[in-house]
Design a protein around this ligand. Structure first.
Ligand code: SF4
Length: 182
Protein backbone atom coordinates (compact mmCIF):
# COMPACT_ATOMS: atom_id res chain seq x y z
CA UNK A 1 0.00 0.00 0.00
CA UNK A 2 1.28 3.47 -0.93
CA UNK A 3 2.18 5.85 1.88
CA UNK A 4 3.80 9.29 1.99
CA UNK A 5 6.15 11.12 4.33
CA UNK A 6 7.14 14.78 4.41
CA UNK A 7 10.53 16.34 5.09
CA UNK A 8 11.17 20.04 5.49
CA UNK A 9 14.25 22.24 5.79
CA UNK A 10 15.05 25.93 5.63
CA UNK A 11 18.27 27.71 4.74
CA UNK A 12 19.32 31.27 3.84
CA UNK A 13 19.03 31.62 0.06
CA UNK A 14 22.56 32.99 -0.24
CA UNK A 15 24.00 30.02 1.64
CA UNK A 16 21.93 27.60 -0.44
CA UNK A 17 23.08 29.19 -3.70
CA UNK A 18 26.73 29.02 -2.59
CA UNK A 19 26.53 25.37 -1.53
CA UNK A 20 24.09 23.79 -3.99
CA UNK A 21 23.66 25.95 -7.09
CA UNK A 22 25.88 25.47 -10.12
CA UNK A 23 24.01 26.88 -13.10
CA UNK A 24 26.52 25.92 -15.87
CA UNK A 25 26.79 22.34 -14.59
CA UNK A 26 23.04 21.71 -14.34
CA UNK A 27 22.24 23.66 -17.49
CA UNK A 28 24.50 21.20 -19.31
CA UNK A 29 22.43 18.32 -17.83
CA UNK A 30 19.22 20.04 -18.93
CA UNK A 31 20.53 20.45 -22.48
CA UNK A 32 20.77 16.68 -22.75
CA UNK A 33 17.08 16.28 -21.80
CA UNK A 34 14.35 16.21 -24.50
CA UNK A 35 12.35 18.79 -22.52
CA UNK A 36 15.10 21.43 -22.82
CA UNK A 37 13.51 24.40 -24.58
CA UNK A 38 10.31 22.38 -25.07
CA UNK A 39 8.58 23.06 -21.73
CA UNK A 40 8.11 26.54 -20.26
CA UNK A 41 9.18 25.36 -16.80
CA UNK A 42 12.53 24.10 -18.14
CA UNK A 43 15.62 26.05 -19.24
CA UNK A 44 16.28 28.27 -20.96
CA UNK A 45 14.18 30.40 -18.59
CA UNK A 46 13.07 33.98 -19.10
CA UNK A 47 14.75 35.00 -15.82
CA UNK A 48 18.47 34.37 -15.30
CA UNK A 49 18.80 31.81 -12.44
CA UNK A 50 21.55 33.67 -10.51
CA UNK A 51 19.35 36.78 -10.44
CA UNK A 52 16.45 34.76 -9.02
CA UNK A 53 18.51 33.40 -6.10
CA UNK A 54 19.86 36.82 -5.20
CA UNK A 55 16.37 38.34 -4.97
CA UNK A 56 15.31 36.24 -1.95
CA UNK A 57 16.50 35.82 1.62
CA UNK A 58 15.46 32.31 2.64
CA UNK A 59 14.62 29.02 0.99
CA UNK A 60 12.15 26.57 2.48
CA UNK A 61 12.51 23.11 1.00
CA UNK A 62 9.72 20.54 1.11
CA UNK A 63 10.23 16.90 0.23
CA UNK A 64 7.36 14.50 -0.33
CA UNK A 65 8.55 10.91 -0.14
CA UNK A 66 6.14 8.50 -1.82
CA UNK A 67 6.54 4.84 -0.85
CA UNK A 68 4.87 2.82 -3.61
CA UNK A 69 4.84 -0.45 -1.71
CA UNK A 70 6.43 -2.67 -4.31
CA UNK A 71 4.61 -1.47 -7.45
CA UNK A 72 6.01 -1.31 -10.97
CA UNK A 73 5.11 0.73 -14.05
CA UNK A 74 5.59 4.25 -15.38
CA UNK A 75 7.09 6.42 -12.62
CA UNK A 76 5.91 9.69 -14.22
CA UNK A 77 2.29 8.52 -14.37
CA UNK A 78 2.44 7.13 -10.84
CA UNK A 79 3.93 10.35 -9.42
CA UNK A 80 1.75 12.84 -11.35
CA UNK A 81 -1.01 13.15 -8.68
CA UNK A 82 1.55 13.50 -5.87
CA UNK A 83 3.47 16.11 -7.84
CA UNK A 84 0.23 18.04 -8.46
CA UNK A 85 -0.71 17.83 -4.76
CA UNK A 86 2.67 19.14 -3.61
CA UNK A 87 2.61 21.93 -6.19
CA UNK A 88 -0.89 22.99 -5.05
CA UNK A 89 0.31 23.11 -1.42
CA UNK A 90 3.36 25.19 -2.32
CA UNK A 91 1.26 27.56 -4.44
CA UNK A 92 -1.16 27.98 -1.53
CA UNK A 93 1.77 28.85 0.74
CA UNK A 94 3.05 31.31 -1.88
CA UNK A 95 -0.34 33.06 -1.82
CA UNK A 96 -0.10 33.36 1.99
CA UNK A 97 3.43 34.86 1.98
CA UNK A 98 3.59 38.14 0.04
CA UNK A 99 6.61 38.40 -2.24
CA UNK A 100 7.47 34.69 -2.08
CA UNK A 101 8.09 32.42 -5.07
CA UNK A 102 7.01 28.80 -5.26
CA UNK A 103 9.55 26.38 -6.73
CA UNK A 104 7.75 23.53 -8.46
CA UNK A 105 8.56 19.90 -7.68
CA UNK A 106 9.87 19.12 -11.15
CA UNK A 107 8.87 19.93 -14.69
CA UNK A 108 5.37 21.28 -15.35
CA UNK A 109 3.11 18.54 -16.67
CA UNK A 110 -0.21 20.38 -16.43
CA UNK A 111 -0.90 20.03 -20.17
CA UNK A 112 -0.66 16.80 -22.15
CA UNK A 113 1.82 18.55 -24.46
CA UNK A 114 3.49 21.80 -23.41
CA UNK A 115 2.64 24.74 -25.68
CA UNK A 116 6.34 25.62 -25.88
CA UNK A 117 6.95 22.55 -28.05
CA UNK A 118 4.72 24.23 -30.66
CA UNK A 119 6.34 27.62 -30.14
CA UNK A 120 3.24 28.97 -28.36
CA UNK A 121 3.01 30.84 -25.03
CA UNK A 122 2.23 28.99 -21.80
CA UNK A 123 -1.50 28.25 -21.48
CA UNK A 124 -1.48 28.91 -17.71
CA UNK A 125 1.30 31.43 -17.03
CA UNK A 126 -0.22 32.31 -13.63
CA UNK A 127 0.49 28.70 -12.56
CA UNK A 128 3.93 28.40 -14.13
CA UNK A 129 6.82 28.19 -11.64
CA UNK A 130 10.43 27.10 -12.11
CA UNK A 131 11.77 24.00 -10.42
CA UNK A 132 14.90 23.87 -8.27
CA UNK A 133 16.61 21.98 -11.11
CA UNK A 134 15.71 24.65 -13.66
CA UNK A 135 17.37 27.25 -11.40
CA UNK A 136 20.61 25.27 -11.40
CA UNK A 137 20.24 23.52 -8.03
CA UNK A 138 21.72 20.15 -7.17
CA UNK A 139 18.51 18.45 -6.03
CA UNK A 140 20.21 15.13 -5.32
CA UNK A 141 22.67 16.68 -2.88
CA UNK A 142 19.94 18.90 -1.43
CA UNK A 143 17.78 15.87 -0.71
CA UNK A 144 20.64 13.96 0.87
CA UNK A 145 22.08 16.78 2.98
CA UNK A 146 19.03 18.84 3.94
CA UNK A 147 16.14 16.36 3.84
CA UNK A 148 18.10 13.31 4.97
CA UNK A 149 16.86 11.14 2.08
CA UNK A 150 18.84 10.40 -1.09
CA UNK A 151 16.97 10.36 -4.39
CA UNK A 152 16.16 6.87 -5.64
CA UNK A 153 15.23 5.82 -9.18
CA UNK A 154 13.17 3.10 -10.86
CA UNK A 155 15.21 0.30 -12.43
CA UNK A 156 13.97 -1.94 -15.25
CA UNK A 157 10.39 -0.85 -14.54
CA UNK A 158 10.63 -1.73 -10.84
CA UNK A 159 9.89 1.10 -8.44
CA UNK A 160 12.43 1.91 -5.71
CA UNK A 161 11.58 1.83 -2.01
CA UNK A 162 10.46 5.48 -2.36
CA UNK A 163 10.41 8.39 -4.79
CA UNK A 164 11.24 11.82 -3.42
CA UNK A 165 9.57 14.92 -4.89
CA UNK A 166 11.35 18.14 -3.93
CA UNK A 167 9.89 21.64 -4.17
CA UNK A 168 10.27 24.83 -2.24
CA UNK A 169 9.44 28.41 -1.49
CA UNK A 170 11.79 31.37 -1.82
CA UNK A 171 11.03 33.96 0.82
CA UNK A 172 11.71 37.69 0.80
CA UNK A 173 13.05 39.60 3.79
CA UNK A 174 11.42 38.64 7.04
CA UNK A 175 12.00 36.51 10.10
CA UNK A 176 13.94 33.34 9.28
CA UNK A 177 11.87 30.16 9.04
CA UNK A 178 12.71 27.29 11.35
CA UNK A 179 15.92 25.59 10.15
CA UNK A 180 14.35 22.16 10.41
CA UNK A 181 16.47 19.28 9.29
CA UNK A 182 19.75 21.22 9.25
S1 SF4 B 1 0.91 25.01 -18.09
FE1 SF4 B 1 0.99 23.81 -20.00
S2 SF4 B 1 1.91 25.24 -21.49
FE2 SF4 B 1 2.39 26.05 -19.45
S3 SF4 B 1 4.41 25.18 -18.88
FE3 SF4 B 1 2.82 23.82 -18.06
S4 SF4 B 1 2.61 22.24 -19.65
FE4 SF4 B 1 3.60 24.01 -20.62
Amino acid sequence: MTRTDRRRAAIPAEEYAARYVDVPRFLACCRACPHFGANWSCPPLAAEPPAVWSRYRYLEITGLAVYPGGQAGDPAAFLAPYQARLLDELMARERRVPGSLCLAPGRCSRCRSCARAQGAPCRSPHLLRPSLEALGADVGQTAKDLLGLPLLWARDGMFPEYFLLVGGLLLPDGPPPERAGL
